[in-house]
Design a protein around this ligand. Structure first.
Ligand SMILES: [Zn+2]
Length: 323
């Protein structure tokens, strides 16, 4: 079966979209060298009552895919959007379509879209595209939930990054009920930071591992996203996420190797490590242990390397420091 591609638009005209049905469209953000549109898939559902617009975006890193089915399930025939009592949900399952096509994190020019925000209207390719994401999409949002995963060669827990000094963002983060919340003020060119500074409270949800579909984490994320939308007053209480203890961290940091070799990382995701506990060893090609890495302080394992081939300066573990 071949389905007709949804209509192509250059602007999002939410007010002109009929309430009570799922709208599918392609939104042009830029143009490629053939003069064709770089268009992103967009799903929209409006309730009959006016209210806030919640944006849900995914795959700004083109190989971070768990957010795609998370969004699809929010909008499918039994999805939560059909219960919306006010406002609208606008979702973009794949923001970085060139990266998605190449199974890569970066945009087609090799730049990281989530480090060049807010971009520039007269900038280079990735900067222009970043600017258009804000101007053609995020400008219509009152809140934003940006879905990510770990990067290549790493695994993540289900965790949320948010500026916990912002009460709205802190409440959104807690509503997800993730395994871990990491406090982070997003000053590094991210979509979350740019949206937040433009007055759109935003959180980032990190869902497991890159270039994979992980049903358990996707279900937990979908329920968490629904809880955020419910907390923002757009949904009645439908379906509570699995009860889970969230560990809130005041900050987090990566440990790195200071030599090259074969890396083995010991603690499991979400495990608590003690100060001084050896979290990894580095072995040389002849099987001799050349380094042991003790944790500099107590923490919880937010993410870790799964790539044993470690150059000097390779990431080891991402440790959260609980409040
Ligand atoms: Zn990402």
């Amino acid at each position: 079966m071949t389905l007709e591609p949804p209509p192509l638009q250059e602007a999002l005209n939410l007010e002109q979209m009929a309430p009570g049905v799922v709208h599918r469209l392609r939104l042009a953000l830029s143009h490629n060298a053939l003069g064709r549109e770089f268009a992103v898939p967009v799903l929209v559902y409006r309730a009959r009552e006016p209210g806030p617009v919640v944006g849900v975006t995914s795959a700004i890193h083109g190989n971070e895919l768990n957010g795609i089915p998370t969004i699809h399930r929010l909008f499918d025939s039994v999805g939560a959007v059909h219960s919306l009592t006010r406002g609208a949900v606008v979702a973009v399952p794949i923001l970085n379509t060139p990266g998605y096509l190449r199974f890569q994190r970066e945009f087609h020019d090799g730049r990281d879209l989530n480090r060049v925000m807010p971009g520039k209207p007269d900038g280079a390719s990735a900067e222009l595209y970043a600017h258009r994401i804000l101007d053609r999409l995020v400008r219509h949002f009152d809140y934003l939930i940006d879905l990510h995963t770990a990067s290549f060669g790493r695994v993540n827990t289900l965790y949320v990054r948010a500026d916990m000094s912002n009460p709205t963002e802190a409440a959104m983060a807690r509503a997800v009920r993730p395994q871990i919340i990491v406090n982070n003020d997003a000053t590094d060119g991210t979509l979350r930071g740019a949206a937040s500074r433009a007055g759109v409270p935003s959180i980032t949800v990190e869902i497991g591992d890159p270039q994979r579909i992980q049903p358990g984490l996707i279900r937990a994320t979908r329920l968490g996203v629904q809880e955020v939308i419910e907390h923002l007053g757009l949904l009645p209480d439908i379906d509570d996420p699995d009860p889970r203890e969230t560990v809130e961290c005041s900050r987090s940091f990566w440990m790195y190797t200071d030599a090259g070799g074969i890396l083995q990382v010991f603690p499991a995701l979400n495990a608590m490590v003690k100060q001084g506990e050896v979290v990894a060893t580095l072995t040389d090609p002849w099987g001799r242990v050349v380094r042991s890495y003790p944790s500099p302080q107590a923490g919880i394992v937010v993410g870790k390397s799964t790539n044993p081939a470690a150059h000097a300066g390779a990431r080891i573990v991402h440790l959260g420091v609980p409040r």
